[in-house]
Design a binder for this molecule. Structure first.
Ligand code: 5GP
Length: 205
């Protein structure tokens, strides 16, 4: 996954507030963009095709898998989700830093593929609060709520493979913590070799 930009993976259980925190991050940082995943799940009220997800049929999704179109894909709560490779490469080549809001299975696949990423895990402040948030959304069936709570436990057990953990008790604070991580990561030497070499070159003249 070559390009000038940086890949940032944000995971966390359903109800951790990934969507809200990611929107807050994008509002304050022009260099950041969000990768729009493809999914086979149905749109929720208010969700737009091409904005929240690209909503596709199972046939279209599986064809894209067979064609190698995804950087990673996973089955979450019985539906498929995947990160399209080509749009990601374009955004990185353009110099954007790209956020992938994906589950822990997908994050693990990206990690094992050796792609250089920053891995951030968003934690709810407590299990009680997580349950309150999942039920408050009101968009899920009882079966879906049960599945989301069960899967939250699995997601939480994967937090240790991430580079950073951020607690989302207050959205502004969680946003600021992630923004601080991104800022520090942008300063890493290996991301700035071109700049260092250009200055060395200039200094020779
Ligand atoms: P939701 O249905 O609530 O939008 O998302 C369900 C879960 O799927 C969330 O944990 C979300 O982060 C994850 N997800 C969304 N897009 C992708 C993707 O492209 N790949 C993977 N592996 N997970 C995704």
């Amino acid at each position: 996954m070559a390009g000038k930009g940086m890949l940032i993976i944000i995971s966390g259980p359903s109800g951790a507030g990934k969507g809200t925190v990611c929107r807050a991050l994008l509002e304050q940082d022009d260099k950041l963009v969000l990768s729009v995943s493809k999914t086979t799940r149905s749109p929720r009220a208010g969700e737009q095709d091409g904005v929240n997800y690209n909503f596709v049929s199972k046939e279209v999704f599986l064809k894209a898998v067979a064609d190698g179109d995804f950087l990673e894909h996973a089955c979450v709560y019985g539906e498929y989700y995947g990160t399209p490779r080509s749009s990601l490469e374009q955004m990185l080549a353009f110099g954007n830093d790209v956020i992938l809001e994906i589950d822990t299975q997908g994050a693990l696949k990206v990690k094992n593929s050796g792609v250089n990423c920053v891995f951030i895990f968003l934690l709810p402040p407590s299990a009680d609060e997580l349950f309150r948030r999942i039920t408050r959304r009101g968009t899920e069936s009882v079966e879906s709520l049960r599945r989301r709570m069960a899967s939250a436990r699995g997601e939480l057990s994967m937090a240790s493979m991430y580079d950073y953990v951020v607690v989302n008790d207050c959205v502004d604070e969680a946003r600021d913590s992630i923004a601080a991580v991104i800022r520090a990561e942008r300063c890493r030497v290996h991301r700035n070799m071109d700049l260092i070499e250009a200055i060395i070159e200039e200094a020779k003249e």
